[in-house]
Design a protein around this ligand. Structure first.
Ligand SMILES: [Fe+2]
Length: 334
C-alpha cells in the first residue's frame, strides 16, 4: 500500500539526519493536480476538510480563504513574499522575555483592537469598557484597601483621586470583584522599566464593595512612545505614523462567572487621544479628569491642586480567566 507522506523537520530534534513522518492514506487525501491560482486555492481548502477539530477547521479554512484572496488582490510578487517571510521570522527573533514585538505589531495594525471589540460589548453590538491588555500587567500586584494609595516610592506628578465602579450591563453593582490597577509614571515609564521607581509602584489590587465601588490615590500618568528599535518602528516610519500612546490607566476586572475584562481609561486632555498608535481609544474609554483648586484632597486636609476621575466599568457574563502575563522579566535598562 502506498502512503502519502508529509515530511517535516522536527524542531524538537537536534539530530540533523532524523526525519519524522505523518502517514496518511492517499485515497482519503483528495489529491488532484491543479493548474491555476483558483484551482490551487480550492485544493488547499479541500485539505482543510480533513481537520477533525471543528474550531481548528473553521479558523484554517478562513485563514486560507482570506490569505489567498489577499495575495491575489495585492498581486504579491515573489520578491515581496520572500521579504514577508523574513520579516515575520524577525518578529519572533526580536521578541524576548521582556519585550514582545509580535504583540506590538498586532496593536500597530489594529488587530488587537479588532479582536477586543468583536469579543466584548455583547458581541460588538454595544459600547464596551474592555480594551487591550498591554504588555505590563503583573499577576502579583499588592493587595490595597479601597481608599489606599498606589504610590510606593517618591513619585513626582499631579495628585489624582480615582472613584471607580464595576457594574453589569443593567447597571447592577458587582461586589467582590478583583480589580488590578497599573499605570505609567509622569515620565511615561512603568515601574518595571524604571530603576527610579520602587517594586510595584503605581500598581495595586482592590476588591469591590457591595456597591461595586473602589477608590484610590495616584498621580496623573503621561503618554509614552512605543519602542521603535524593531520592525514596528520601521513600519511606522514607512507609513508616516507617530509612535505615541495617549496617557491611560490600566485595569483588570476579574470575578468568577464574569468575562475577564482588561481595560484602559484614557486622559481626556491628551494630545494623542485620536491618533493612538495602538488604536485603543474608543469614546467609552475616555476618562473625564476634573481639576480641583484649593479643595482638600479626599484622604487629607492638604489644600492644593489635584484631579479627580470617576469611571464605571461595564462587565458581562462569560469566561473568567487570568492569562499569562505577557512579559516575565524586568528590563535591565530604562
Ligand atoms: Fe500602557
Amino acid at each position: 500500500m502506498l502512503f502519502f507522506c508529509i515530511e517535516f523537520c522536527s524542531l524538537r530534534d537536534a539530530k540533523p539526519k532524523r526525519h519524522d513522518y505523518f502517514l496518511i492514506n492517499p485515497k482519503s487525501h483528495h489529491f488532484k493536480m491543479f493548474n491555476s491560482p483558483q484551482e490551487l486555492t480550492a485544493f488547499v481548502l479541500k485539505q482543510m476538510e480533513r481537520t477533525e477539530d471543528a474550531r481548528t477547521r473553521e479558523i484554517f479554512t478562513q485563514l486560507v480563504t482570506h490569505l489567498h484572496a489577499f495575495i491575489k488582490a495585492s498581486k504579491l510578487t515573489e520578491a515581496e513574499f520572500h521579504m514577508a517571510c523574513t520579516l515575520i521570522a524577525k518578529l519572533g527573533q526580536q521578541s524576548n522575555p521582556s519585550h514582545n514585538e509580535v504583540t506590538l505589531m498586532a496593536g500597530s495594525l489594529g488587530v488587537s483592537a479588532l479582536v477586543c471589540l468583536q469579543n466584548n460589548g455583547q458581541g460588538g453590538t454595544q459600547p464596551t469598557t474592555a480594551n487591550l491588555m498591554g504588555p505590563f500587567w503583573r499577576d502579583d500586584s499588592p493587595i490595597t484597601p479601597s481608599g489606599g494609595s498606589l504610590l510606593r516610592s517618591k513619585t513626582e506628578g499631579e495628585r489624582v483621586w480615582v472613584n471607580a465602579f464595576v457594574k453589569d450591563f443593567n447597571a447592577k453593582p458587582i461586589a467582590d470583584a478583583r480589580v488590578d490597577v497599573w499605570h505609567s509614571s509622569n515620565e511615561g515609564l512603568y515601574e518595571n522599566q524604571d530603576t527610579k521607581q520602587a517594586e510595584m509602584n503605581l500598581r495595586g489590587r482592590f476588591i469591590t464593595d457591595e456597591n461595586g465601588h473602589f477608590q484610590f490615590e495616584t498621580i496623573k500618568p503621561s503618554g509614552y512612545p512605543i519602542p521603535i528599535n524593531g520592525l514596528v518602528g520601521d513600519l511606522l516610519k514607512q507609513l508616516g505614523r507617530h509612535n505615541m500612546r495617549p496617557a491611560h490607566l490600566h485595569f483588570l476586572v476579574f470575578k468568577d462567572g464574569l468575562k475577564t475584562q482588561f481595560s484602559q481609561v484614557y486622559s481626556n486632555d491628551d494630545p494623542y487621544l485620536e491618533t493612538d498608535v495602538q488604536f485603543g481609544v474608543t469614546h467609552a474609554l475616555v476618562g473625564q479628569y476634573v481639576r480641583h483648586l484649593n479643595e482638600p484632597f479626599p484622604t487629607d486636609q492638604v489644600k492644593g491642586d489635584w484631579w479627580s476621575l470617576d469611571f464605571t466599568f461595564k462587565v458581562e457574563p462569560g469566561h473568567s480567566y487570568l492569562p499569562k502575563p505577557p512579559i516575565t522579566q524586568k528590563r535591565s535598562t530604562p
